[in-house]
Ligand binder design. Structure first.
Ligand SMILES: C[S@@+](CC[C@H](N)C(=O)[O-])C[C@H]1O[C@@H](n2cnc3c(N)ncnc32)[C@H](O)[C@@H]1O
Length: 352
């Protein structure tokens, strides 16, 4: 559990999710109460903060967190191309602890952070204070962004929109707040990945069976080397209701961002493209390989093989897309008339 430093910080703008969204549509009560669970989870465990033991909000906290992050994700810098964002109005949806936020600001972007939790917003704001950088920080919902149409040149979101119940709505919001010609760079979990198709479907289900006994627990700990506390929580949940734990949607939720994560979703390249139907110049790329997925040999594989595995079977689906220039934008199509990919929550957006 992370304690968020709030002292000395200017107040964060609080956006209450009301029934009517900026796009003029309604969010269902179910979706809002489900989102509350998502918010509570991330409020108590800001992204990546588990990878450092330093006091949250201190320089050492950000330093160790970033070192770990960019060691795990060596391709992230080239995927985002921070150096090309000088002078651009950049919105990051789901800023987490602000690692990329800092890089956008250092590159000279006019940076705005949004996150559903004030933990993330405060931690990012604190980072900017320490580094004497300028930015805007807003606690808000990706499905209802509190910005006027056409306010940004680039919207970036890494590992966020698959945690919100209505991902398709959040993509529509990204499109709305982009200026004509503006770009979206969005990372979502990839359905046709080794992690989803092999690790979660097969290996983690086998591990769940091991976790039912103390001997199996010790064996699992040896093989996967996961923190004991986390493994204990998995074992507890399996004991409570093994059938429900093994349900694929629950496997996905519990085995991606921690055992109590309420929602993760996966997308194929085709379902992602359908969600980005309003955009042009859509390009997708697959990245990120975790050596722990192959216990024993994963850590000794040469980088060249890891790179090849990552680009075919990786876990992160990057979507690059551009909002059409003014001459190509027609009438606004009412939201109700647009294709819905994952309007129900929770659901597995697995359309291919
Ligand atoms: C896995 S973390 C990713 C954070 C950061 N982008 C990173 O890569 O480290 C997910 C983040 O998404 C935020 N989030 C989830 N649903 C959201 C929503 N509907 N609107 C805004 N942020 C949301 C969470 O609060 C959390 O900070």
């Amino acid at each position: 559990m992370v304690r968020v430093i709030e002292a000395e910080l200017p107040p964060v703008v609080q956006i209450q999710s009301n029934a009517q969204t900026s796009a003029g549509t309604k969010q269902s009560v179910d979706s809002l109460s489900f989102k509350k669970k998502v918010q509570n989870f991330w409020q108590n465990s800001p992204c990546d903060s588990c990878f450092t033991t330093e006091q949250p909000g201190t320089p050492a906290f950000y330093k160790t967190l970033d070192e770990h992050r960019y060691k795990m994700h060596p391709r992230l810098h080239s995927a985002v191309e921070f150096e090309k964002t000088k002078g651009l109005r950049v919105l990051e949806v789901g800023c987490g602890c602000g690692s990329e936020a800092e890089r956008f600001a250092r590159a000279g972007a006019h940076y705005t952070a949004v996150d559903l939790t004030n933990a993330a917003v405060n931690l990012t704001q604190r980072r900017f204070q320490l580094e004497k950088l300028e930015g805007r920080f807003v606690q808000a919902d990706a499905e209802d962004l509190p910005f006027a149409n056409g306010s940004f040149d680039l919207v970036y979101s890494h590992g966020v929109l698959h945690h919100t119940p209505d991902t398709a709505r959040s993509v529509q919001e990204v499109h709305r707040v982009l200026a004509p010609g503006g770009r979206a760079v969005i990372m979502l979990y990839y359905r046709d990945s080794f992690n989803y198709q092999v690790n979660l479907r097969v290996v983690r289900r086998f591990r769940a069976r091991l976790l039912k006994t103390e001997v199996g627990f010790k064996l699992a700990q040896m093989i996967w080397g996961e923190p004991v506390e986390e493994l204990r929580r998995h074992a507890e949940l399996i004991k409570q209701d093994s059938g429900s734990y093994l349900n694929m949607q629950n496997m996905l939720n519990r085995n991606t961002d921690g055992p109590d994560n309420p929602l993760s979703q996966v997308f194929s390249r085709a379902s992602a493209r359908r969600m980005f139907w309003q955009f042009q110049n859509i390009r997708t790329e697959v990245m990120f390989w975790n050596p722990n997925w192959l216990p024993g040999i994963g850590k000794v594989l040469p980088h060249s093989i890891e790179d090849r595995l990552a680009s075919r079977w990786g876990w992160h689906l990057w979507i690059y897309a551009q909002k059409r220039h003014l001459e190509f934008t027609g009438e606004r199509v009412p939201l109700q008339a647009r294709p819905r990919i994952n309007a129900q929550a929770p659901s597995e957006a697995v359309a291919s």
